[in-house]
Design a protein around this ligand. Sequence first.
Ligand SMILES: Cc1cc2nc3c(=O)[nH]c(=O)nc-3n(C[C@H](O)[C@H](O)[C@H](O)COP(=O)(O)OP(=O)(O)OC[C@H]3O[C@@H](n4cnc5c(N)ncnc54)[C@H](O)[C@@H]3O)c2cc1C
Length: 408
Amino acid sequence: MSRILVVGAGIIGLSCARSLLADGHEVSVLDRDPAGDKASFGNAGGVGVTEIIPASVPGLVWKVPRWLFDPLGPLSLRTAHLPKLAPWLVRFLRSGSWPDVERIAGALAGLSARTYEDMLPLLAELDLLGDLHQVGALWVYETREGFEADRRFYDLRRRYGLVFEEMSGAEAREMEPALSDVVRHALFTPQWSHVSDPKRIVDRLRVNLEQRGVPMLAGEMAALADGAVVTSAGARLPFDHLVIAAGAWSGRLAKLVGDRALIESERGYNTTLPNPGVSLSCEVIFAERQFVATPLDMGLRIGGAAEFAGLEAKPNYERSKALAELARRYLPGLSIAGGTRWMGHRPTTPDSLPVIGRSPRRGNVFYAFGHSHTGLTFGPTTGRLIGELVAGRTPCVDVAPFGIERFQ
Ligand SMILES: Cc1cc2nc3c(=O)[nH]c(=O)nc-3n(C[C@H](O)[C@H](O)[C@H](O)COP(=O)(O)OP(=O)(O)OC[C@H]3O[C@@H](n4cnc5c(N)ncnc54)[C@H](O)[C@@H]3O)c2cc1C
């Protein structure tokens, strides 16, 4: 048994803490605000098992300028952030060859294949199995051109046993009558799920761990001294093993260890509409416009966008509003009055692979971050992997592609 300090009380840190506790370790969690807002609270709630295609793909570079000129489009960069973003951006553009896409998809498929095996026991333990809706998801397209352009990605996913059933716009409307006739083509993916409320899972997991003796310490990791984390308030927290699971802030913490990680905040926005005036039975992905609508307990959540502006810039909630307005194109009965707007920091690496593994500098430091669009989906499996790595057991998924060494 060893003393393990986990930094970060999001879905990833708490999943790691849970696995480590199950192995009999003495676990503590440090977060600057354990119960405070974070990416793990306001996300779209999708269990996106098909999300194995990286963001950087061949041909993307030609779409980027068009997106960048649209101030409320799916992608934006704040120019003041460009100098900091440059190394990440260069690596992002370099990761977009087809062989890279195939390699990355193969690595993520390893995580995807374990999703339910690791998530169901977690939800059962938290008495939240009823919060998982295994009803699939629908990807919708307005144009044959857009649909055909993505065919190679669906074919690649199919190689890993992921199912996509092609349908016409009319068939999609039979399934989801709220959709307008701008939808001409669709794909149904039955393996996808969504949850009732991503925050409820994280809140319940945090409370459950606390009740089982895991202290949730409020403080900010500011430095690393001999075998201890030092917080910004000067507290010294000794550990035998340290797990860094601090989401989009993890790059700064890896630097304190002496490791380099290319990780950026890919800021995402949404609006949750308590009285949307329409209903959906499953998550709908508006594939050509890069946003989604999920039917959650508290209303219909419409979100997406990728904004690169760093960790400190103020949110631009016009993005939340723009997405809700855009959704009316697809859901003509949608009422966007009275929505709650939100922004969260997706922790995103340039190759879309998370960082899961041991520090090459310090053998007692482990990393679990960089889950980008799939932290809810791959969180429980990441926790399991960290448990296995700390214990020296063979990990259930090959973690070699997720090593931080790739950024050195
Ligand atoms: C708009 C949006 C939609 C999304 N939709 C989905 C989806 O449908 N499905 C899905 O699987 N994923 C989705 N995601 C991604 C998912 O939310 C993230 O990948 C996941 O929440 C990351 O979890 P985390 O624990 O790594 O980070 P976080 O939840 O951000 O937690 C990190 C924690 O670390 C703490 N911390 C940071 N620095 C320090 C420090 N120095 N000291 C102490 N504590 C520190 C922070 O306070 C924070 O609490 C979405 C994300 C966004 C933004």
